[in-house]
Design a protein around this ligand. Structure first.
Ligand SMILES: C[S@@+](CC[C@H](N)C(=O)[O-])C[C@H]1O[C@@H](n2cnc3c(N)ncnc32)[C@H](O)[C@@H]1O
Length: 228
């Protein structure tokens, strides 16, 4: 574990619990499971707290935060996470909501086994093996949430977000959606594809922010929207 010193290490980003490390070179989150890594992230110590460096090449949410996207995450937020994979980004959100809960939905059994391993040392992560396109299948397992985070490379990305929003998101809650244009229409210009998805969402959501995630994630845009 390397030690990071200096007041820079304690500057908070907005209301996120992530901090800047090494003079704004890296973002990091306070490790909810001290001594444990989730992927190959670096662990550092700042002011007596252990932090995990958050890698924007591995996490679209981190890339979006670096681009200035901001959303009102609280330490006790309830989150429905769609497309959890092995839990890379789930784990950093888990660090930031120590009193909250993350319902982590993933369709593929192989990454879910890693996710279950991660959840053993993180009591705020509930892994769910399910298809996010069929939200009624996890009705008994998920409560009304404050946030939906979606990162699924499927054709109907806005449609999946809308269905889950109607079922699980509280009024005034926030959708944080990673859109991948290539999975929706690889022949069309990405900007057009993003516009089309935003238009579908705007019937039920008020779009707040959009940022392209290049250079970290090609053909991706992060969108935040309020459920109205
Ligand atoms: C790009 S990866 C997610 C990476 C992850 N969000 C992270 O940052 O650590 C997309 C994931 O979505 C999953 N997925 C695809 N279609 C899905 C569906 N209909 N329901 C749930 N998960 C799905 C894939 O199996 C894959 O693990």
């Amino acid at each position: 574990m390397s030690k990071v010193q200096g007041p820079e290490a304690h500057g908070k980003i907005s209301n996120l619990y992530a901090i800047w490390i090494d003079g704004r070179k890296h973002l990091a989150t306070p490790n909810l499971a001290p001594g444990k890594k989730v992927y190959d992230e670096r662990i550092v110590n700042a002011g007596g707290t252990e932090y995990r460096l958050w890698n924007p090449w591995r996490s679209k949410l981190c890339a979006a935060v670096l681009k200035g996207i901001n959303f009102p995450l609280e330490s006790d937020s309830r989150i429905l996470y769609l497309g959890a994979a092995t839990g890379t980004t789930v784990s950093h959100i888990s660090d930031m909501v120590p009193d909250g809960i993350i319902y982590a939905v993933e369709i593929s059994p192989r990454p879910v086994s890693n996710l279950i391993e991660t959840a053993r040392s993180r009591k705020n992560v509930i892994p769910i093996l399910a298809d996010a396109a069929r939200p009624s299948t996890y009705l008994g397992m998920v409560e009304t949430v404050d946030f939906i985070y979606q990162d699924i490379a499927q054709r109907d990305q806005a449609g999946i977000a809308l269905k889950n929003g109607r079922t699980y998101l509280r009024k005034g809650g926030t959708l944080v959606l990673a859109l991948k244009s290539q999975s929706i229409d690889s022949a069309a210009k990405p900007g057009r594809v993003f516009e089309g998805e935003a238009e579908k969402l705007s019937e039920e959501f008020r779009i707040r922010n959009r940022v392209r995630l290049e250079p970290h994630h090609k053909y991706h845009m992060m969108l935040t929207a309020d459920y109205v």
